[in-house]
Design a protein around this ligand. Structure first.
Ligand SMILES: NC(=O)c1ccc[n+]([C@@H]2O[C@H](COP(=O)([O-])OP(=O)(O)OC[C@H]3O[C@@H](n4cnc5c(N)ncnc54)[C@H](OP(=O)(O)O)[C@@H]3O)[C@@H](O)[C@H]2O)c1
Length: 300
């Protein structure tokens, strides 16, 4: 008999990878507030605790993955109440639910909880979030760590995954401009980080889960980088480096649209995974190439 896994907020870019990986292994129940016509997704607003509880309890899962969140930093800054309800209170509720069922809870945190004053952050560095999104995510991390009977918290960096339909982040924003035939791309030179390929992330998370290594883990691709370097690499992989110019700008250039304070550096290193000898994350350039080939090859 296959084990059962409930995944809440599974309709996004990381949810796509969770579904593809665990669908082979476990009997899944995946829900989201936005089902995007996916037949494997059921509608559920996890902010409605009674509905969340009933839905999960009925399914009797062996694992609860509380995946969803509001991930648009500008939206979160303008809507703090909804942000703390969605990104924090729901995490408290999911933890109660998992404890009640005596099952582990899996929660995803972010590299964005740091203030950027250091170049790189290991698993033991002290977070100091700069915006409502980051505060809400860090609060969730603290709650799961303190109160879950068995809790696994994995911190992701700049997420790559989901393709044209689901990727809301940097890679897709660059690709969209390429598809619009832009010949000059403006990219910030003053933001440093570590990309995180959703498919590698889930594979490595599964090793932690199988080994019952509860606690907080940095979980990002190998090798640190910058937004500018990621954009340059996308253009290079697509053989467009002779046709498209990338203009370096400072973050001020985008301050009207991206007004939320972001850390100068949110680079993570997977120190705990490395010490346990279970860091299977590949370097970000290999993953970016694979991602573009698999998800965008028919478009470009
Ligand atoms: N994307 C990144 O770069 C990044 C980096 C580090 C950590 N993370 C974390 O990784 C996790 C997965 O994020 P992702 O990258 O897959 O983001 P995503 O693509 O935005 O997916 C999140 C999903 O959660 C859904 N959701 C929001 N509120 C909900 C609610 N009340 N009930 C049910 N579902 C709800 C969203 O629906 P809507 O689209 O309708 O809002 C969306 O489908 C999140 O916890 C996020 O904080 C993301």
């Amino acid at each position: 008999m296959k084990k059962r896994m409930y995944i809440a907020g599974c309709g996004g870019m990381l949810g796509d990878a969770f579904y593809k990986f665990y669908n082979r292994k476990y009997t899944l129940k995946c829900s989201d507030i936005n089902t995007n016509d996916e037949e494997w997704l059921e509608h559920l607003d996890f902010n409605k605790f009674k509905d969340y509880k009933n839905n999960v309890k009925k399914f009797k899962p062996h694992f609860l993955v509380h995946l969803g969140a509001l991930t648009d930093l500008e939206y979160c800054e303008l809507n703090p109440k909804k942000t703390y309800l969605t990104n924090y209170i729901s995490v408290e509720n999911a933890t109660y639910l998992a404890n009640d069922l005596d099952i582990p809870i899996i929660y995803i945190s972010t590299a964005g909880i740091f203030d950027g004053n250091k170049d790189k952050y290991d698993d033991w560095d002290h977070p100091n979030p700069l915006c409502h999104y980051a505060r809400s995510k860090y609060a969730g991390e603290l709650f799961v760590s303190k109160y879950a009977k068995r809790g696994l918290v994995c911190r992701a960096g700049w997420m790559m995954g989901g393709g044209i339909k689901k990727d809301k982040k940097f890679v897709n924003k660059i690709i969209k401009q390429i598809l619009e035939n832009k010949k000059k791309l403006y990219v910030v030179k003053d933001k440093l980080g570590t990309p995180t390929y959703t498919h590698d992330f889930v594979k490595n998370l599964d090793i932690l889960l199988k080994n019952k290594y509860w606690g907080v883990y940095n979980l990002v691709c190998q090798d640190v980088t910058s937004r500018y370097e990621v954009a340059s690499e996308i253009v290079k992989i697509l053989n467009l480096d002779k046709k498209i110019k990338i203009q370096k700008v400072s973050s001020n250039f985008f301050k009207k649209d991206y007004f939320v304070k972001r850390p100068f550096s949110e680079r993570l290193i997977n120190s705990k995974l490395q010490l346990r000898d279970i860091d299977i994350m590949r370097d970000w350039k290999t993953c970016l190439k694979e991602y573009l080939e698999n998800s965008y090859k028919d478009l470009i």
